[in-house]
Design a binder for this molecule. Structure first.
Ligand SMILES: [Zn+2]
Length: 263
């Protein structure tokens, strides 16, 4: 029986959070992660997962009762995330109105304060794609900068990014969700983010960061990297001489890649 502390999954989660810090996207307490375990993973770690304690929650857990997630703790510091995984991560089973801690969250730690947004996003993404596993939040520098420099119109924001590199429309033909600025935490922003996740794997929070989802760590990290790289190109080319790729040319690219553009 594999110990969860030695698992490939926990290793991947730790390395992902640390990579975000190394990239400058997870400063101080910024960033959080949730991963839905499937039946095979649950069976593998069944002897390691035992009920440690219960945590009441005030938000709705509708549609996710019984599901088990690996989650980062509230206040986790991604710079130090490789040091105390049993404190910085926990495995929780969602129940109606409360959570069961099955592993981790040592020393009375609690799940991320963005858990409500995470769970609502999982719920909406699973309805769109039952293979969705991961939801990640981080603070990618140039993407945040672009929310200051670009008009905050979801369609225009998406189309600008599609026009920055020939491969953008291949990586995210579903475009981006873009919210107005909102107070972060367990208020209305969770439901609004989840609503956007019905159609888009990425949702941008202006002047704050990004929520990203997908089937695997590679997919989600790849999405974040692609958007962040091209937001950087946007910020570097404000005085550009050439007009770049035109909207009609993006349509040609989508046809060549055989992907369906959201707009
Ligand atoms: Zn944040």
């Amino acid at each position: 029986m594999t110990k969860f502390s030695d698992s490939v999954l926990l290793e991947e989660a730790k390395k992902t959070c640390h990579y975000f810090w190394q990239s400058g996207w997870g400063e101080f307490h910024a960033g959080n992660l949730s991963y839905l375990l499937d039946e095979v993973e649950l069976a593998k770690f069944s002897s390691d997962f035992t009920l440690k304690r219960e945590i009441p929650v005030t938000f709705s857990t509708e549609g996710l009762a019984g599901r088990v997630f690996l989650v980062t703790r509230s206040g986790a510091v991604f710079r130090k995330i490789l040091q105390n995984p049993e404190e910085d991560f926990g495995v929780i089973r969602v129940r109606n109105g409360y959570l069961e801690v099955l592993w981790g969250f040592a020393n009375d730690q609690r799940p991320t304060s963005e858990l409500s947004a995470h769970l609502q996003c999982h719920s909406k993404r699973l309805a769109a794609n039952d293979k969705n596993r991961l939801v990640l939040h981080c603070h990618p520098t140039y993407t945040i900068a672009m929310t200051f420099a670009h008009q905050l119109d979801q369609q225009k924001f998406t189309e600008t990014l599609w026009r920055l590199n020939s491969e953008c429309v291949l990586v995210f033909p579903d475009g981006l969700g873009l919210l107005p600025w909102m107070v972060c935490g367990d208020g209305a922003i969770g439901a609004e983010t989840a609503k956007k996740m019905k159609d888009h794997r990425i949702v941008i929070w202006p002047y704050h960061g990004m929520f990203a989802s997908g089937e695997s760590f590679d997919e989600v990290i790849g999405l974040i990297e692609t958007i962040e790289k091209n937001a950087q190109i946007y910020m570097l080319t404000q005085q550009a001489l050439n007009p770049g790729i035109q909207t009609e040319q993006v349509r040609e690219l989508a046809k060549a890649f055989e992907v369906e553009m959201y707009y």
